[in-house]
Design a protein around this ligand. Structure first.
Ligand code: HPA
Length: 272
């Protein structure tokens, strides 16, 4: 990918958005797509028209950017994301984030479906991501430095403490249970073995998933504040006797999408 790809895609999106200037971008994880229906005054931009955007290949992910209003704030939603396990280049996985940066977005709300490693996270439930561990063996920043990004970005507060405090307040006020913990990002696409989950547990990980880490790294490199929320859809492998399957992950994601939507709307309303 050439380093001007984000500018070219952003130019196309700007031509569709007219005067609206989203300040917050939101990426929806597996089974969490329902939030897209709550956006008012929506402009939908299919990926197929955006220069450089491939079509997502996973069931449960459609491919649209949706700009409009949520919680009274101008937002742009990414419905359908690109995963490393689909064989995408890391720079493709993070192209939407670089495009959001070009559009002037300053906050990024990243959601995902994840397996619960910490046994206090009883699925289906939500987990505020406090930090992450990159076990995807890839960085979206390797190679040429893109405009507006340092060679060696700081990652000492990858998930913004201010946004996390707001999320906690909203959860308390709305009675939504919100756990907290460290997300470990793995390449996938096979689910983990019980031995891998025991290793992640000892490393200090509370939940495991196959996304979010690349996007968060680029958002940090671009100075965009990140709020990360995992929807814990299943106990991680070996923590129960149940085998894992993607359909159950999607179903649990749908069950919890309503709470996630209320939490995100509440954060947007409070954020000023
Ligand atoms: N492991 C990895 N990714 C996941 C899981 C899991 O258990 N559940 C949902 N996404």
């Amino acid at each position: 990918m050439t380093t001007d790809a984000p500018q070219r895609a952003a130019e196309f999106i700007r031509s569709r958005l007219g005067d609206s200037r989203p300040r917050t971008a939101i990426v929806l994880g597996s089974g969490l797509g329902e939030l897209a229906n709550q956006v008012t005054n929506a402009t939908t931009i299919p990926y197929s028209g955006i220069p450089g955007f491939p079509e997502p290949t996973v069931i449960g992910h459609s491919g649209n950017l949706i700009a409009g209003s949520l919680g009274g704030k101008p937002v742009i939603l990414q419905s359908g994301r690109f995963h490393l396990y689909e064989g995408h280049d890391p720079s493709t996985v993070v192209l939407p984030i670089r495009v959001f940066a070009e559009l002037g977005v300053s906050n990024f709300i990243v959601t995902n479906a994840a397996g619960g490693i910490n046994r206090t996270l009883k699925p289906p439930t939500l987990m505020l991501i406090t930090d992450h561990i990159n076990l995807m063996w890839k960085s979206p920043l390797s190679g040429e430095v893109f405009d507006g990004e340092p060679r060696f970005p700081d990652m000492s507060a990858p998930y913004d403490p201010g946004l996390r405090a707001i999320a906690r307040e909203v959860a308390l006020e709305t009675g939504i249970h919100l756990g907290e913990g460290v997300y470990v990002g793995v390449l996938g696409p096979s689910y983990e073995t019980p031995a891998e989950i025991r290793m992640f547990d000892r490393m200090g990980a509370d939940a495991v998933g196959m996304s979010t880490v690349p996007e968060t790294i680029v958002a940090n490199a671009r100075g965009i504040k990140v709020l990360g929320i995992s929807s814990i859809t299943n106990p991680a492998a070996g923590t129960t006797n149940e085998p894992l399957n993607h359909d159950e992950v999607l179903e649990a994601g749908r069950d919890i999408a309503k709470n996630l939507g209320r939490l995100i709307e509440g954060v947007l309303e409070k954020k000023g």
